[in-house]
Design a protein around this ligand. Structure first.
Ligand SMILES: Nc1nc2c(ncn2[C@@H]2O[C@H](COP(=O)(O)OP(=O)(O)OP(=O)(O)O)[C@@H](O)[C@H]2O)c(=O)[nH]1
Length: 332
């Protein structure tokens, strides 16, 4: 049994397609295009037939597109212009306001050489609208940006988290070694914070951490400085290209900014308000190459001395220090 023969109306069928079709002759002149192209180009087929695409779209076809069509006609090379590298080769617009703003429809274009007996070599262009793909890509990009941000940001205070600071400290120590510039680390910790939580409640304690983070951030001016919540009620700042004078100044500014917040703390063993103790470790590349862990330990040791000596103060040390080389900054 033979299959029933159907006389297909190809032009009608191509007009029903949800993609653009353009057929060019061997000289690159339009032989035919479908209704989809007429709609998005805003040009009737009759006005395009017999003209090259440069003549039809004098307002700029992308250079890679023109080259790809020429290669298809001259060397019979098929090509796909993906929307990643070539977002919109043809001036096609979904809406009039997009045309006014030259906001082209995102497209993917497939260019195929076609041998037509009796008519020489033709070239078929298929153009698909990739705007939904582009929207999905944008959404995925936004989501991925958000996830990358969340991975390095502390949820409570909005400043960087420990992981980011550890990475940054390692990178800055390497850079310090290469460029022979100093780098400093400040660690600070809220004084009598257990007593604060016990007295005012955990949510009030959280608000104090947020206020301290914001106050400290305002004291850190350089774009390359990084302030992080290092864990619990402990914070840290990496100060690239800072020597001990600069780092001591920043640490003292943080100390007095927290004091100036004047957050009442009746249960503190130090002052009637919330205070912080700070330890600074400065690294001069001429003293060798300490690891991040070593510098953190030095800053922590200085912080410990600040705590032991009465809190609400800054103590500092340098990377070539012996365990006893911890010096005061805060003047009393
Ligand atoms: N509200 C709040 N409290 C926290 C958070 N993380 C840690 N803490 C509390 O911080 C307190 C730290 O207590 P300690 O390590 O004893 O230190 P401290 O009481 O501040 O005493 P010094 O540091 O010696 O002045 C603990 O009670 C923790 O529960 C947090 O995210 N929010």
């Amino acid at each position: 049994m033979t299959a029933p023969r159907l006389k297909v109306n190809w032009p009608m069928l191509s007009d029903a397609l949800a993609l653009g079709l353009v057929l060019l002759d061997g000289k690159g002149r339009v032989l035919h295009w479908n209704a989809w192209i007429s709609r998005y180009a805003g040009i009737a087929l009759a006005d395009a037939q017999g003209h090259t695409l440069e003549e039809v779209f004098p307002e700029a076809l992308s250079a890679p597109f023109r080259k790809a069509v020429a290669n298809a006609l001259r060397h019979r090379l098929p090509i796909v212009l993906s929307n990643v590298l070539h977002r919109a080769p043809l001036p096609l617009y979904a809406r009039a306001e997009h045309r006014a703003a030259d906001q082209r429809l995102p497209q993917s274009v497939t260019i195929t050489p076609v041998a037509q007996p009796g008519a020489g070599h033709l070239c078929l262009l298929q153009i698909t609208d990739t705007s939904t793909l582009a929207t999905r890509e944008r959404v995925l990009q936004l989501r991925s940006d958000r996830l990358s941000r969340e991975a390095v940001i502390d949820g409570l205070t909005g400043i960087y988290n420990r992981k980011y600071l550890d990475d940054k400290l390692r990178a800055e120590l390497e850079r310090a070694q290469r460029s022979q510039v100093p780098v400093a680390l400040v660690m600070f910790d809220v004084d009598s914070f257990k007593a604060y939580n016990d007295n005012y409640g955990h949510p009030a304690g959280d608000r104090v951490l947020v206020a301290i983070a914001h106050a400290a951030r305002e004291q850190i001016n350089r774009a390359t400085d990084v302030l992080a919540r290092y864990g619990g009620e402990e914070f840290a700042a990496v100060l690239p290209a800072s020597d001990k004078i600069g780092a001591q100044r920043v640490a003292e500014k943080i100390r007095s900014a927290v004091e100036a917040l004047a957050i009442p703390h009746q249960a503190s063993s130090v002052a009637p308000c919330v205070t912080v103790s700070l330890g600074v470790a400065c690294h001069d590349p001429r003293d060798g190459y300490p690891g991040a862990h070593e510098l953190l330990e030095l800053a922590d040791r200085a912080l410990y001395v600040a705590k032991r000596n009465g809190r609400n103060q800054v103590r500092w040390t340098i990377s070539s220090a012996t365990p006893l080389d911890i010096f005061p900054v805060t003047q009393r």
